[in-house]
Design a protein around this ligand. Structure first.
Ligand code: IPD
Ligand code: CA
Ligand code: CA
Length: 266
């Protein structure tokens, strides 16, 4: 597997899918409910997933493909592409301009490359294993990403999100938000888990946590955060494994234990 070619392919596809979403952003959305009344999907989620996998399959016919909107194909090559065609669907559906395309390639448990494209801001976040994480803007400028140097939770800006079963499950992050509200400098809920993690990579946020994420939400952004010097673990502090559903803490590393302590206290 040539990672340079893989990255170029993933970037071109993410940009193409990003344009599809941007074109759809101002159009009428057909909304369907999935796992709950607040778990929405639009025709643009589905169209972007179809586009991304048709391009990836043409290039890598033996690879595995896992996508949020139903794609689940193990493949035979030991490589798996994890795709969230539109992370931030609720934002997108309401016209709130924070969403992205997420594409990652893994070899078993090993992340090889991750690409996130935010079409509204024209920001492309990329990482290749052991080669650092980068932000490329639409004007062509490219900068290496580094996590923040903040060491105190009380001075940290955090982000989080809430699971789609939040209306029916008590395990819905409400206790934890209350605890972090007292312990941190500020909390944001931007609405795209992948961008939240990329913002930790970029030093725009110091930390992020969320319960019941899916593998396609975090596959690319997790590598981007790690390659920027960040730390990513499950919420109990154990190392990340590519299970379908998981709960994560992503931080600059320096405040990681303080975040885990708060979560443990809840
Ligand atoms: C969701 C977003 C949201 C997060 C949810 C995700 P979707 O993804 O990332 O910020 O809180 O856990 O499921 O449904 O917009 O792809
Ligand atoms: Ca998602
Ligand atoms: Ca999605």
């Amino acid at each position: 597997m040539n990672l340079e070619d893989g990255l170029a392919t993933a970037v071109a596809i993410a940009r193409e899918a990003g344009q599809l979403l941007l074109d759809g952003f101002s159009q009428q959305k057909n909304i369907e409910r999935k796992s709950s009344a607040v778990d929405w999907v639009t025709q643009y989620d589905k169209a972007a997933e179809e586009l991304i996998f048709s391009r990836l399959r043409a290039e890598y016919p033996n690879h595995g493909f896992i996508g949020e909107e139903g794609t689940d194909d193990a493949g035979t090559a030991g490589y798996t592409w994890y795709v969230d065609p539109l992370d931030g669907t609720n934002n997108f559906a309401h016209g709130f301009p924070i969403f992205c395309v997420s594409i990652a390639l893994y070899e078993g448990e090993k992340p090889l490359l991750g690409v996130l494209f935010d079409p509204t801001r024209g920001e492309l976040f990329t990482a290749v294993s052991h080669q650092g994480a980068f932000l490329t803007k639409n004007d062509g400028s490219k900068q290496q990403l580094h996590v923040s140097t903040e060491t105190e939770l009380v001075s940290s800006l955090l982000a989080t999100g809430f699971p789609y079963d939040r209306q029916t499950s008590d395990d819905n992050n409400v206790r934890q938000v209350a605890a972090f509200l007292r312990a941190a400098q500020g909390i944001r809920r931007p609405g795209s888990a992948a961008l939240d993690m990329a913002y930790v990579a970029a030093g725009r946020l110091d930390g992020y946590w969320e319960f019941k994420l899916y593998c396609w939400d975090m596959a690319a952004a997790r590598l981007i955060a790690e390659e920027a010097g960040g730390k990513v673990t499950f919420t109990d502090g154990s190392p990340v494994e590519m299970v379908r559903k998981m709960s994560l803490v992503v931080s600059n590393g320096r405040i990681h234990d303080q975040m885990l302590t708060i979560l443990k206290s809840c």
